[in-house]
Write a protein of this length. Structure first.
Ligand SMILES: NC(=O)c1ccc[n+]([C@@H]2O[C@H](COP(=O)([O-])OP(=O)(O)OC[C@H]3O[C@@H](n4cnc5c(N)ncnc54)[C@H](O)[C@@H]3O)[C@@H](O)[C@H]2O)c1
Ligand SMILES: O=C(O)C1=N[C@H](C(=O)O)CCC1
Length: 264
């Protein structure tokens, strides 16, 4: 039987790709498409808004439809609403929104006591694989003579509201945990002095319509290793999130990540 899903932020850049790809997947049934009532296309058919023709599901704030998973790609207030919707519906939650404040993050952790939650800053297979590769590099380089300097560069479209990306922050956290790094900086200016090793620096670039690109640099004295992972469109995130919804629907309550979904 098809997994019945709801999409939160359904008229957004990601929401539209979820509607388009989810509607093609025979193992899924999109039964609700939530949007902010102030959105210019609120009330219109979600399929028409996504450019795939009539889906029979309007952009709405409330539904009587039963669903077993809700996928959220929205904004912090929308993510908060998605947590409440998931808990009230006893449905699984796939949380993809980034740039959440600590209070929103605490709500997600609390929800995971009662429903299954997949929470990841990137639903992309190659990004999550690159995180694994960076952990291997960090472990191997943590005690290298002369030290290894870690910098995380990310590029995204001009419309992105949070910075640095949630993915960049996760790369930093994972590497820091392996290397015992405790300091984080965002760009540099003026005369900060020689670079300490106990630091990871983030650099956020915003241009055009870039759907997402991360480069992680491990700079040694005499040699450098860089890992780059790059999306050419948003479908890698949407397919990962749809896979996560299928994975999580009906699972025991708890906090899961994309490694669980992808078996990495
Ligand atoms: N985890 C991942 O793989 C991944 C990938 C891409 C984007 N993202 C994140 O997803 C989020 C959305 O990205 P986007 O590019 O689609 O943004 P977007 O601005 O195009 O879409 C967000 C949508 O949420 C809607 N919204 C606002 N308030 C809402 C509410 N209360 N309830 C329901 N919907 C509401 C907006 O009207 C908009 O349509 C961002 O935080 C982004 O960083 C995560
Ligand atoms: O387009 C965005 O916004 C993206 N946000 C995520 C992040 O902040 O890590 C993932 C990539 C796309």
């Amino acid at each position: 039987m098809a997994t019945r899903i709801a999409i939160n932020g359904a008229a957004g850049r990601m929401g539209q790709r979820l509607v388009a790809l989810g509607s093609q997947d025979k193992s899924l049934d999109i039964v609700a498409c939530f949007e902010h009532a102030g959105h210019a296309k609120f009330g219109q058919d979600a399929g028409v808004v996504a450019g795939i023709g009539e889906l029979g599901v309007p952009l709405q704030e409330e539904t009587d439809a039963q669903y077993s998973a809700i996928i959220d790609f929205s904004v912090p207030a929308g993510a908060h609403a998605a947590v409440e919707r998931a808990v009230n519906a006893k449905a699984a939650l796939v949380m993809a929104t980034t740039g959440l404040e600590e209070e929103h993050q605490a709500k997600i952790r609390e929800a995971a006591n009662v429903i299954p939650v997949v929470w990841a800053p990137s639903m992309s297979t190659t990004v999550n694989l690159t995180m694994k590769l960076c952990e291997i590099a960090a472990e191997a380089l943590k005690d290298i003579p002369g030290g290894a300097d870690v910098e995380v560069l990310e590029r995204h479209h001009r419309f992105k509201e949070d910075s640095p990306s949630g993915t960049a922050l996760r790369f930093g956290e994972l590497i820091a945990a392996k290397m015992g790094i405790t300091e984080f900086v965002h760009g540099r200016e003026g005369r900060p002095g020689a670079r300490p090793h106990n630091e990871i620096a983030y650099h956020a670039i915003r241009t055009g319509d870039n759907p997402g690109e991360h480069t992680i640099i491990f700079g040694l004295l005499g040699e450098t290793i860089e890992m780059t992972v790059r999306a050419s469109n948003r479908d890698c995130y949407a397919t990962g999130a749809l896979q996560a919804a299928k994975f999580a629907a009906g699972k025991p309550a708890g906090l899961y990540n994309m490694n669980d979904v992808l078996g990495l």
